[in-house]
Design a binder for this molecule. Structure first.
Ligand code: MN
Length: 208
């Protein structure tokens, strides 16, 4: 059993003009595909080969003093992060609503304040990385991770992510990352996906 490249949950041109079809073809069809293929090469014949992608990420994270394990972690984590990123967006985006909006309101003192903080965090990541909304010990938090790093290794539950590697926006926005992040927050972010992830995580915690 090997890792698979998931299909995009929308057409390649569905996120334009914020993210063009050219960017999605490269980002999904080349970058994400390469992470999956490299992870599969490194997984072959190892004790991790039968694990879920999430488990591969968590289990290899602590073994990164080995070069091969670091490479497996980086490629598996990027495979996970990208699959999660595609689902974090939808054509036209959404606004937090219902119970999820109340929860945002409680943990960030206002939905607008939350959206501003998320935008600032994503804009401020130095170099390549990711900005996330996560569930951390029962509380919603905004965090950023560098390179391939992912909240999975910190015991946080990822709820939504924005990829701020240059390959995510350079064709469409060149060096103007704030413009891409604004477009992500205003017209792409799928807060219904985040709300569903939160609900699932809390049901799981309640059952433990
Ligand atoms: Mn990327």
């Amino acid at each position: 059993m090997s890792l698979q490249l998931p299909e995009l949950p929308y057409a390649y041109d569905a996120l334009a003009p914020a993210i063009s079809s050219d960017t999605l073809h490269l980002h999904h069809g080349k970058h994400h595909k390469a992470y999956v293929e490299k992870a599969n090469l490194l997984l072959a014949g190892t004790e991790f080969a039968t694990l879920s992608l999430e488990d591969i990420v968590v289990r290899t994270a602590t073994k990164r003093s080995s070069k091969t394990m670091a490479a497996l972690f980086n490629n598996a984590a990027q495979a996970f992060n990208h699959g999660f990123y595609w689902r974090s967006m939808k054509p036209g985006g959404s606004t937090p609503s219902g119970q999820f909006a109340s929860r945002i309101d409680k943990d960030f003192r206002g939905v607008d304040r939350f959206l501003t903080q998320f935008t600032e965090a994503a804009t401020q990541v130095f170099g390549s990385g990711w900005t996330w909304l996560v569930l951390d010990r029962g509380k919603l938090r905004i965090t950023s991770t560098a390179n391939a790093d992912t909240p999975l290794t910190r015991g946080h539950v990822p709820l939504l992510t924005c990829d701020v590697w240059e390959h995510a926006y350079y064709l469409d926005h060149q060096n103007r990352r704030p413009e891409y992040v604004q477009a992500f927050v205003n017209s792409l972010a799928n807060w219904d996906f985040a709300a569903a992830n939160l609900e699932r995580a809390e049901l799981k915690l309640a059952a433990e």
